[in-house]
Design a protein around this ligand. Structure first.
Ligand SMILES: [Zn+2]
Length: 172
């Protein structure tokens, strides 16, 4: 494995921070390496006490990155809310929803739910939306299952319609 040191500068929003195979390393002032970094790493990096690195594994080579844009790191990991990336404002979403008529098994644990966001948000990041909905309505949205959105077509004022898989018991 060859390691290539790259700086991850500001505006590097294409780095796959949230990829499960990316490995993070914190190197403390004393040279101690902690992976994954413990809580409070962003404060320690900001204060200059630690440095944060990411290893992005590839098939033939893995690259090592020095993360010098802690804001991007926090946004990508959901530690800092990012309305641009997620399409979501941090507010109480106005949700219009109905159970999809295209028959799930009536006894299944999950149902398909058609959803419109009247508040104008767009779901670009399902995990963040699922977290908002869990906090706001108690919904348990499947984040591993497929979901779909249907964009507005002829009506310019129409909102996209999203279909999520939601645990039936969590719908109220
Ligand atoms: Zn909203």
């Amino acid at each position: 494995m060859g390691l290539k040191m790259l700086r991850l500068a500001s505006g590097s929003e294409n780095f796959p921070f949230e990829l499960a195979t990316v490995c993070y390393l914190e190197v403390g002032a004393d040279g101690e390496v902690t992976s994954p970094p413990e809580e409070g790493v962003t404060e320690r990096v900001r204060s200059g006490g630690s440095r944060l690195y990411a290893v992005w594994p590839g098939h033939y080579r893995s690259d090592l990155f020095l993360i010098d844009d802690i804001d991007e790191y926090e946004k990508a990991l959901g530690l800092q809310h990012d309305p641009v990336r997620t399409g979501l404002q941090e507010h109480k979403h106005q949700v219009r929803w109905s159970i999809s008529p295209c028959g799930d098994r009536p006894t299944g644990a999950y149902v398909s739910v058609e959803t419109h966001l009247d508040c104008g948000c767009e779901v670009k990041d399902l995990r963040t939306f699922a977290r908002h909905m869990r906090d706001q309505r108690g919904w348990d949205i499947a984040t591993t299952a497929a979901w779909e959105s249907t964009g507005p077509t002829d009506d310019a004022h129409a909102r996209p319609k999203y279909t999520f898989r939601i645990r039936r018991r969590s719908l109220a």
